[in-house]
Ligand binder design. Sequence first.
Ligand SMILES: Cc1ncc(COP(=O)(O)O)c(C=O)c1O
Length: 374
Amino acid sequence: MLQPRKSYARLSKYRPPLEGRGGKLRLDFNENTVGCAPQVVRALRRAMTRDGLSCYPEYAEGRVKLARYFGVKPQELVLTNGTDDAVKVICETFVEPGDALLVPAPTFPVYQFFHEVAGGRTERVYYDERFRLPLDHVLRALGKGIRWAAFASPNNPTGTVIPKRDLRTMLESAPQTAFVVDEAYHDFSGETVLPWIRKYPNLIVTRTFSKAFGLAALRLGCILTNAQTADDLRRGQNPFPVNSLALVGALAAIEHTDYARRYAAEVRANRAKLIAWFEAQKIPYVPSKANFVLTELGANAPEIGRRLRAQGILVRDWNYDPRLRGFLRFTVGSTAQTGRLMRELRRLRGLIESRDGRKNWSKFARFSSTGWVS
Ligand SMILES: Cc1ncc(COP(=O)(O)O)c(C=O)c1O
C-alpha cells in the first residue's frame, strides 16, 4: 500500500461543510446571504462563450485592475483560489517540517490545517474572558521562534479584531516571523492594515471575494504583500492559479462596489439588532465586527440548531467540540432574514439559557482549536 507523507498521519479529521444547503436560509458559513450584484452574473454570462472557455486564463489586465482596487501595485498582489488556497501557498512557500505556526484560539482552522500538511507544529494563544488576545502571551510565544503567525481580523468565530497597536508591536518584535492578517470580513469591520505592507516586510494581508461580494462559489482570493515576497509566493504556485470566470466575476464585482457596500451596511445594522436582543435577554455573546455573532445558548443549543434547521434556517453548531458545548454561531444577513431568525429564536426562547451578561466565558477562553469546519 502506498504511504502518504508522514505529516498526513497526524492531520485532524476532514469535516467537509454540510451538503444540501440549497434553498435554505444559510446562516451557517458567513457567506453573503442575498447573493452577488446582478451585474456580476451578467458579466459571467457574457464571458461564457465557447471561444472564451477554450482559452487558458490571462491575468495581466485583471491583476492591474484588482491591484488598483486594493490600492497596491500589481507586483504586490498574488491571485489565489480563495483564502484557503492563499494559506496553502503561504505554507508551501515558508514552512519546513517542524516549523511553528502561532494562532489564536479559537480561530479559522485552515491555517493550522495546511501548516500541518506541510509538516509544521502549532502553538496557540487563548483569548481571555473578555475576548482579548493577551499581547504578553503572544509576545512570549513569538520569542520562541515562530515561522509564521495567522490572525484573522475580524476573527472567526469570535468576530473580534486585533487592535492595530498590538499588531504593530508584534510585527516589530518578530521581524523574522511572517504575519498573515486575514481580512476576509474586512467589509463588515471597516478596519484594515493593508497600507502597512509598505512599512513591514514581514506582513502578508489576505482578502477574499467570498464574503461581502457574494462570490464564494467562484473561489477568488488575493494575497497582498511586498513585491519580493509576492514574487516568492508566485514562484511555487500553479501556473494557472485561478480560473478565468473567477477573475471575470471579481472584476465585475469591483466595478459595482456600491452593491457590496450597501449589503455590508445592512448587515452591520442587523448585527446591532441581534446583539441588542441577546443583551436584553442576558444571553452571552461575543461583540462582533464581522457578519456573524457567536453565542452561548446552553445545553439545548444542539436542539435549537435542529429546530431552526427544521424551519429551514441553518446555523453553525459548535457542539461537536466538547469545549464549545452550548455554542451556536449565527451569520447575519438581510433585514428580512435577521427578522426571521429572531422570530424563531423568540419562539425557542424557553430552550435558551440566560446568564448574567458575559460572565460565563471561562469555558470559551479555554478553547483549543478543533477540526476543519469553519
Ligand atoms: C477568517 C476566514 N478567512 C477565510 C475564509 C474563507 O475564505 P475563502 O472562501 O476565500 O477561502 C473564511 C471562511 O469562513 C474565514 O472565516
